[in-house]
Design a protein around this ligand. Structure first.
Ligand code: DAH
Length: 339
């Protein structure tokens, strides 16, 4: 009997040794200690043992049971530790890793400049309107007094969809669209994208933005135009800013002018920024041509007004002292976040 028990113990120990997962360990427990297990079978065989030997044998069975149980428990604890350690290694959390920063977007310099211009004109009672970027040739040219054979059309004769439709070369067609609606008086600005087949360089892009302005009312004079643009320039570039109106020609205004502002960098003395002249050109403007008013259904005897067109990129470049227009379109966050 003693040998039998030793044998059971040795077998159990071997199988415990061979177990690599808790489930197998449990199988061993059932096999040797369970109700139908081998040790239980030995106990059941006690009836055949001489009664006087029974206590001794019983003790031996219990000892064997205890030993197997102890071995099972010890192995289980070891096994769990190994499993836990392996898991710790696999699921490493490196608390020293720098956290991922949340990179926030930022308004584009064009947007900041546009909002500034809108704020100034809305403050003077202007409405902000929009027109289509894909425009009829008729609105982009004809209704603005630029007939098919006009030389002014040449430099803007650009991206045609078909012979009647063009990617607008200026925001001026919005003037015609608003005047045609017939609601007078008009005080509006119309910002938006325009297109020309210009080569890309530091001051040109085939796609850029303009802000058109239009005022139509009774008794509007060139003095109103001058006063308005003077206020605009002072608001935008500072109260010291002076303006200068130079005669110019645009087909849809008469008279027409280009407006320069005194260089806000050197105050007019002349510097690299204003190329030594002390002045910086910022926009084109003029009194709306009577023929344009007529074409849009407005009686030039009764109503008149002025218009202007500003290049948005030009304002952004000047205001933020950016020396290359291409930077505005590259979307490099390191550049954009400076404004
Ligand atoms: N549309 C002109 C251009 O793109 C700019 C302009 C000049 C607009 C005079 C105007 C204006 O409204 O009166 O060059």
């Amino acid at each position: 009997m003693k040998e039998k028990l030793e044998q059971i113990k040795a077998e159990a120990a071997a199988q415990i040794q061979a177990s690599d997962i808790p489930e197998k360990l449990n199988d061993v427990r059932v096999k040797f200690l369970g109700k139908k297990g081998e040790l239980t079978a030995v106990l059941k065989g006690m009836k055949d043992v001489d009664p006087k030997d029974r206590p001794k044998i019983g003790q031996m069975v219990n000892d064997t049971r205890a030993e197997i149980e102890a071995l099972l428990e010890e192995t289980r604890i070891k096994m769990e530790r190994v499993i836990r350690e392996r898991k710790m290694k696999e699921e490493v959390i490196d608390v020293t890793l720098p956290s991922r920063k949340n990179v926030m977007g930022h308004r584009h310099p064009n947007t900041i400049a546009l909002e500034e211009v809108e704020r100034i004109f809305v403050g003077m009672g202007y409405e902000v309107v929009e027109g289509p970027e894909v425009e009829y040739d008729e609105y982009n040219f004809e209704k603005l007094n630029i007939p098919a054979d006009h030389p002014a059309k040449d430099e803007q004769d650009t991206f045609y969809i078909n012979k009647d439709i063009v990617l607008r070369t200026q925001t001026s067609p919005v003037q015609a669209r608003v005047m045609e609606q017939g609601k007078l008086p008009i005080r509006m600005i119309a910002p938006g994208r325009v297109f020309r087949s210009d080569e890309v360089d530091a001051t040109h892009s085939p796609s850029f933005h303009q802000i058109e302005g239009l005022v139509i009312d009774k008794n509007i004079s060139f003095a109103d135009l001058k006063g308005t643009l003077e206020v605009f320039a002072k608001e935008l570039f500072g109260p010291e800013t002076k303006t200068k109106f130079r005669p110019h020609h645009f087909p849809f205004t008469e008279p027409s002018a280009e407006v320069d502002v005194s260089c806000f960098k050197c105050g007019g003395k002349g510097c690299r920024f204003c190329k030594g002249s002390g002045w910086i050109e910022i926009l084109g403007c003029g009194m709306v041509h009577p023929h344009v008013l007529e074409m849009c259904g407005i009686d030039p005897e009764e109503y008149g007004g002025f218009a202007f067109g500003v290049g948005l990129e030009r304002i952004a470049l000047l205001k933020y002292e950016i020396d290359d227009m291409r930077l505005l379109y590259e979307n490099d966050v390191r550049f954009l976040k400076q404004f």
